[in-house]
Design a protein around this ligand. Sequence first.
Ligand code: FDA
Length: 571
Amino acid sequence: KSDSTYDYIVVGGGTSGLVVANRLSEQKHTTVLVIEAGGSVYNNPNVTDTFGYGKAFGTDIDWAYKTTDQEYAGGSPQIVRAGKALGGTSTINGLVYLRAQAAQIDAWEAVGNKGWNWKTLLPYFKKGEQLQDPTKYPVLDGSGVTFDPAYHGFTGPLKVGWPSTQLNDGLAQKLNVTYQNLDVPVQFNNDPNSGDMVGYSLYPKTLDYELNIREDAARAYYYPYQNRTNLHVWLNTHANKITWKDGHEATADGVEVTLSNGKTTVVKAAREVILAAGALKSPVLLELSGIGNPDVLSKYGIATKINLPTVGENLQDQMNNGLQFESKKSHDDNKSTDYVSYPSAAQLFPNSTALGADLLRKLPAYAAQVASANGNITKASDIYRFFKIQWDLIFKDGIPVAEILLSPSGNTYSSEYWGSVPFSRGSVHLSSADPTAAAIIDPKYFMLDFDFEAQVQAARFIRKVFSTEPLGDMAGAEIVPGLSTVPAGADDEDWADFIKGKYRSNFHPITTAAMLPKEIGGVVDTSLKVYGTSNVRVVDASVMPFQVCGHLQSTVYAVAERAADIIKGRL
Ligand code: FDA
């Protein structure tokens, strides 16, 4: 293997990497190598089981990245999970297939990324998707499942749909009535993947309806194509850094890897090196390769090849909490109940207009605080610009400000939730020149009080939903946090211990190699090429400039599909 040369080397055989590898290897004379640190999980029941969420956590297919102690959230570290396997995080995620609000993707263009907007991304959401039409499955009749075919693809590699295990006992309809009975009703949304997410819906998942198993990136984009002779995958192989051609230009000529037998070697790339190692790894690989902030690199004796100080900056994640209630009726745990509501600011905050005005006044101070907490590497004036766009999305465009899931299980109802668009930003950086060393990951959860406010308000909203008929009559006492822990009518301070003490990462890290103009902190340009290099790209969740209200994978798949067309020279 050590003297092989490939046209393209894709680092990371995960969600985005396998899309790009698949599409590039459609060109028969183009050779593609995927380097993947994990192994195959094709037959791993912790992966395939559509009810298996969480079973893979803490096993050897979970990177289980640890953050620094989170100073704004009680001081404890968090674990941010990510898949270490062919298929990457799509092999351990929650299967949810929910995109973004159109205005959020349009904001990518508004911030300076020409050509990246909802209209140009929608064809790629559809290209990748193989929606398993629920109208063809009688078992889904009456389950409440709806969709608008105009927004879906039916022939792409990735199977998406509702499971054959979908609950069909009228609960979905009762929840809908409950949402309509709120004092500020949340309407039914026929298709939250249409670019308008606000409302209550039954969402689809990445699964194979017929086989009732998880559909992940490997099952969709690799295994059916594994016989292509121009597509190679090296499993259990760790990429250490990019290697460079001699000369002044930053042109990559390969990747240093440690093979499964422990031997370190270099594999050559004739055309490009494409990073797809995930938002907590790709920026670190750039740093190990000499691309980043010279102050950071020099600490570890790494010579700066390209001075690009925002590598690893602008890390954004969400915070996840959950409420739980007793149920008067026992539920069958082998039934799927994929119910989501996405309230807008006007629906979530009782005082939305005043809150918006107050937040607008605070934005310059927020931007200064974020810049200063991160060493002023991204300028406060640029962060202010991002924040103003985010404010407009929330208070003018009416994007969802929270996601609220509801699932019955046994004698309980659980409701996980999170504020969709926190303002806090942190960073991820290497901690050593050793490529296997853990990175320093600091998302700065709860740094800004709006993020906490959204989390508290979502909890109050859930309490209101559970006291509204007909759900109110079906549910019993609140178990978590329980009224003895957080009394009815509790103020923000009373909620703080629970919210900051019991939250977890929502596992949606992004923006650590942001697609943005270079002068405002970008790491990659609109062709996803790293500034200053002639042939290195990043195609994973790192490049998304703003958080999306849906879950990340659908947008990761779509971005990677578009990236492949860019690399092929079609855009
Ligand atoms: P991804 O992690 O998929 O790929 C990176 C790959 O690179 C991995 O295979 C990794 O092993 C490999 N790699 C890393 N470093 C390497 C190195 N040095 N050498 C070689 N290989 C290396 N989203 C959603 O839409 N719906 C959901 O329900 C959920 N639920 C969810 C639950 C959990 C627990 C997590 C952790 C995440 C989710 N998500 C989600 C998020 C979503 O799954 C995630 O954002 C994307 O899959 C990320 O895709 P990427 O391509 O960016 O990285």
